[in-house]
Design a protein around this ligand. Structure first.
Ligand SMILES: Cc1ncc(COP(=O)(O)O)c(C=O)c1O
Length: 388
């Protein structure tokens, strides 16, 4: 049957994906209770969520979310420069400023939007972007759209970066914790190169915020640096903080520039005020409850000790993100299917999200997994090995 989209060859592209075992579709979560989810009437333990501290179902945070609706209603109703920025947003900004010791903060509806905003506002045909080759899709996409020359350096390799840098030409981009590998960037070395070359350092710490460092301040703090030492830092709320949205922190002049020139900020309805209200509570919980991070660390250590007994290819990651590299997409799907039969849900991450032949099970261990649940996963993984 002819499709309206024939001339764009969308079916050919979808068929190609099916043939290469990289076709994607969304599972619908019918019910969710902490780490337990129901899909198509079957119950699973969720081992692929970024809710690292389990805050999305924290009773205090849920209460704050509802309280925010009682105070503010639902949507913000306007972009921030019109009437979309409420006291709830301002209080969240102030809380983050106090937490991280930074000059100014702005809020976005997602980390994806925040990354687009920063990269596109500061770059154009006359700048160069130096990005880690494993930088997140939102950063890669924004770099291409910005029109800047896009230069990739070897993953976590300051020597490779140094070899490519030219003075005062643009922006260096990396991540605190890499989303698909769980490893950390060497921030002090990269910062030194940024300073020495007069280039801007932009850090995406989506997966480090809340989880790492004193008071959960993130990878910057874990590595003994201060947020003020880095020109621009982005953090998300949809992962460890359990809500949704993101912030960008930097100097007053930089944030003023974003407010005046970032199209993603100016031309988009602002974050709902109840989300801002609840996220302020989430920041407080993260700051105060060290025991959540301790719990997480203990669970990650336990998982690593359990899988050390299986001869699997695992990364050196000590974070929640514990990828198990499988290789082919077909095999990754097989393993993911087998784990489902054990009641464990771990999606297979395949090309183009990760390089070809590095398909993986991106296991995430969270603070609210039980040790029994982790045992179940390792049992499942052991059984997957029989598939070889
Ligand atoms: C490294 C990184 N940056 C940014 C984002 C986007 O954040 P958000 O999910 O809030 O849009 C993600 C999301 O997966 C990510 O992994």
């Amino acid at each position: 049957m002819n499709s309206r989209f024939d001339f764009l060859k969308i079916n050919e592209q979808l068929d190609e994906r099916r043939a290469e075992n990289v076709f994607r579709s969304c599972a619908c979560i019918e019910e969710r209770h902490g780490t337990e989810i129901r899909i198509d009437g079957r119950d699973y333990i969720n081992f692929c969520s970024n809710d690292y501290l389990g805050l999305s179902s924290d009773p205090d945070l849920m209460k704050a979310w509802k309280e925010g609706i009682d105070i503010w209603g639902c949507g913000s109703g306007a972009s921030p420069l019109v009437t979309g920025l409420t006291r709830a947003h301002r209080e969240l900004q102030d809380e983050i400023k106090d937490w991280l010791g930074v000059e100014e903060v702005i809020l976005f509806n997602s980390g994806f939007a925040a990354n687009q905003a920063v990269v596109k506002a500061l770059n154009g045909r006359n700048t160069v972007i130096y990005a880690d080759r494993l930088a997140h899709a939102s950063l890669q996409e924004a770099s291409v759209l910005s029109g800047a020359r896009y230069v990739r350096f070897l993953h976590n390799d300051p020597v490779s970066l140094q070899g490519k840098l030219a003075p005062r030409t643009g922006m260096i981009i990396t991540e605190g914790v890499f989303s698909m590998d769980g490893d950390e960037a060497p921030l002090a070395e990269i910062r030194k190169l940024a300073e020495g070359s007069g280039n801007i350092f932009f850090l995406d710490d989506a997966h480090g915020f809340g989880v790492h460092g004193a008071e959960g301040k993130g990878t910057v703090s874990r590595q003994g640096l201060r947020h003020r030492d880095i020109d621009v830092v982005m953090g998300t709320f949809g992962k460890a903080l359990g809500t949704s949205g993101a912030f960008v922190a930097g100097s007053r002049e930089f944030i003023d520039y974003m407010i005046n020139f970032s199209r993603e900020y100016i031309y988009s309805t602002h974050m709902a005020p109840n989300v801002a209200h609840a996220t302020r509570k989430a920041v407080r919980i993260v700051r105060e409850r060290d025991e959540l991070r301790e719990e997480l660390r203990a669970k990650v250590d336990y998982f690593r000790s359990r899988i050390a007994q299986l001869s699997l290819t695992v990364s050196q990651s000590t974070t929640s993100i514990q990828p198990i590299i499988i290789g082919s997409s077909e095999k990754a799907l097989q393993w993911s299917g087998k784990l489902k039969s054990f009641g464990c849900y771990v999606s297979a991450i395949r090309h183009p999200t990760v390089p070809k032949n590095t398909a993986r099970l991106r296991v995430t261990v969270t603070a609210n997994h039980s040790y029994e649940q982790i045992d179940k996963l390792t049992e499942g993984l052991s059984s997957c090995q029989q598939l070889q």
